[in-house]
Ligand binder design. Structure first.
Ligand code: DAH
Length: 355
């Protein structure tokens, strides 16, 4: 019969000597693991006489509990030692000089924040949706039926088809968030949607990834006059000057009637001056939400109506802050960011100015 005291002092010594958690676990397995010495001894209980069992059963169990407790205690000590060692070695030298370089807010981010501030004043809140969309939200529900030629105009990036042959897309516009919002929220709705959009297109005025801000207003009485007023107020606030605007009829599948809005501008040398001159520049698409779109979202077009608009953020940033080439915006060049970026500590707000 094994001597309990010998076993105990042997393993107590090894536990105490274990220098780290790995070594401690080796001791635990040797003593208490499935094939550990103590476990094997416990298995011999079955072959013992009842009298022997009476003595050895409680003794072995006691040994097991004692060793378990010792291991647990040693573990706590080792963990505390490891933490103290890490704390001692990871001190920060506060006297070291810090880098004087601060990051900047990208102009696109700045402009999106400015837009959110302006539209917040008009009672809009911000909504978001996924960059990877399904065909239903990006096209079908927006009244682009399958096979409709307007789908081809979007130069869509498709993902690999899934098991059912369905292809997800990188959203080609922020308009799918109109659908998501109308399907999940009861009118009145008044949202803007800033976000990334994607089309397979690249030259000095196009990048495959670009940014849009969508707008959507749904209630029972909103009409085209509200749409015009909302957008005219927006451009004057955004360009921080009186801007003359013009609405031209246009076509979008998801609005009826549809329009594009132009702003008056003038080119002086290399500079573009918004609000004066004899030229017109298109800056956004808009219209009254098409009854089919309302129906696709479960809204009754005899009860609800509203307007929507969508604008390119990068173009507006270029116009407002005078960046000549769109592609530089996303090249990640630190010098460009230092020059065109904005202070991350100055928040756009309508009280003290947008930028
Ligand atoms: N989704 C359109 C595009 O990317 C822009 C647009 C036009 C959005 C008219 C609208 C709208 O909400 O009413 O070309």
């Amino acid at each position: 019969m094994v001597d309990i005291e010998t076993l105990k002092s042997k393993y107590a010594g090894e536990i105490k000597a274990a220098a780290d958690l790995v070594a401690l676990d080796v001791v635990r397995v040797a003593a208490l693991g499935k094939k550990g010495e103590v476990s094997l001894q416990m298995r011999t209980l079955a072959q013992m006489s009842p009298d022997e069992k009476k003595v050895m059963g409680p003794a072995l169990n006691g040994l097991k509990n004692e060793l378990t407790a010792l291991i647990e205690m040693r573990k706590l000590t080792l963990e505390e030692e490891a933490l103290n060692a890490a704390l001692a070695s990871e001190t920060l030298d506060m006297s070291l000089p810090v880098s004087t370089k601060t990051g900047t807010l990208h102009p696109v981010m700045q402009v999106m924040e400015e837009m959110a501030v302006i539209f917040a004043d008009q009672g809009f809140s911000v909504a978001e949706g996924p960059d990877i969309e399904d065909d239903f939200h990006n096209f079908t529900a927006l009244n682009f039926p399958p096979g409709h030629p307007a789908r081809d105009m979007h130069d869509t990036f498709f993902l690999k088809p899934d098991a059912n042959g369905e292809k997800m897309v990188l959203r080609t516009h922020t308009s799918p968030v109109q659908i998501r919002t109308m399907m999940n929220q009861k009118p009145p709705i008044r949202i803007i949607v800033p976000g990334r959009t994607y089309r397979c297109d690249s030259d000095h005025t196009h990048t495959p990834m670009f940014h849009q801000v969508e707008g959507l207003v749904i209630d029972k009485t909103t009409h085209m006059g509200h749409l015009k007023g909302c957008l005219m107020d927006f451009v004057s606030a955004f360009f921080e000057t009186d801007v003359e605007t013009r609405f031209r009829p246009h076509h979008f599948p998801f609005t009826e009637p549809s329009a594009e809005m132009d702003v008056r501008y003038e080119r002086v040398g290399n500079e573009i001056r918004i609000g004066q001159g004899d030229n017109w520049m298109e800056i956004l698409g808009c219209g009254m939400v098409h009854p089919n779109v309302l129906i696709n979202c479960g809204l009754d077009p005899d009860e609800y109506q509203g307007f929507a608009f969508g604008m390119g953020v990068d173009r507006l940033a270029m116009l407002k802050y005078g960046m000549p080439d769109l592609r530089d915006m996303f090249a990640g060049d630190g010098r460009w960011l230092e020059h065109y970026g904005f202070s991350p500590l100055l928040q756009a707000n309508s009280a003290t100015g947008l930028s």
